[in-house]
Write a new protein. Structure first.
Length: 112
């Protein structure tokens, strides 16, 4: 799940975290006129949930900041699945390019 981390913040409560600016695709994201900040990664997460993992919808909440992406909740398996999906994008330039191209073509706003 690198570069994301899943931590237990208190018993039964979990956060999925990504420090913005730490992925293999940051340069590509910037070349494609996006800012790889926490809000951008929330957009990526929402896009992945809406297109690839609809069963995750509503199972956690988002709380990004400029320097960090965060999804949180009590459903560890759902956050783990989101982390796996996001890791695949965060570590593969071709996958990120495809996601951005498709999102833009469908009018999906990544809110970065």
């Amino acid at each position: 799940m690198t570069p994301l981390r899943l931590i237990e913040t208190r018993p039964g409560a979990f956060s999925l975290l990504l420090n913005a600016g730490t992925t293999r695709v940051d340069d590509l994201v910037e070349q494609l006129d996006h800012e790889p900040n926490g809000y951008f990664w929330e957009g990526v997460a929402r896009y992945l949930v809406s297109t690839e993992a609809g069963d995750l919808e509503g199972r956690f909440s988002y709380d990004p900041e400029g320097g960090m992406f965060c999804a949180y909740g009590d459903d560890r398996p759902a956050l783990q699945e989101l982390g796996t999906l996001m890791s695949a994008v965060a570590n593969d330039e071709d996958r990120m390019r495809s996601l951005l191209t498709t999102a833009e073509a469908t009018g999906f706003d990544l809110d970065d």
